[in-house]
Design a protein around this ligand. Sequence first.
Ligand SMILES: C[S@@+](CC[C@H](N)C(=O)[O-])C[C@H]1O[C@@H](n2cnc3c(N)ncnc32)[C@H](O)[C@@H]1O
Length: 197
Amino acid sequence: MAKSNKQWLRRHVTDPYVRKAREQGYRSRSAFKLLEIDEKEKLLRPGATVVDLGAAPGGWSQVAAARVKPGGRVIAIDLLKIAPITGVEVVAGDFRAARLEGVRADIVLSDLAPNLSGVANVDQARAAGLAFAAIDFCRKTLKPDGVFVVKTFHGEAFGEVLARLKREFRKVMVRKPSASRGESSETYVVARGLLAL
Ligand SMILES: C[S@@+](CC[C@H](N)C(=O)[O-])C[C@H]1O[C@@H](n2cnc3c(N)ncnc32)[C@H](O)[C@@H]1O
């Protein structure tokens, strides 16, 4: 086994969030990132409509479905197959081509991550491209007083993503949940209130 794979495996089996996810029935350790963001920001509430971009395997959608009950709606979109989750409508495919007729979301979540090439500036550009496309998606689908949670990556393009979010939303907060590994460059931004362009 390659050294990097061995390191990943060792970290995975000793990771407390992997163990907690297994114990609590979450499909991914990422679920704890959204739980922590939601504890601070109080985003998910009963009756809310949520669109989860890049949702597979479904940890964030599980959290959202539990918190928007009763009366809420969760739509999960991914290129990859998502096994059914109670209370979640799954849309297969690229979110950039998704047509969600009549959906007006209170919350758009984006934990989107690109296929990694291993070349840092290529990967950062791909990740920023997904974040920009998710902002375009918000323009079509998010209510004007809605909230957008988006994963971003520190690096050259981070400033550009943050600048666009600040131009297009009323209030923008950067959050690094403790479930997000310290050595990872990922960080989350919570953006509220779409501004008219
Ligand atoms: C980090 S994973 C999401 C984990 C998820 N939040 C959870 O809690 O289980 C990122 C996902 O983004 C998806 N993705 C990347 N580009 C996409 C696109 N253009 N359209 C839809 N999904 C995409 C990937 O297939 C991958 O499943």
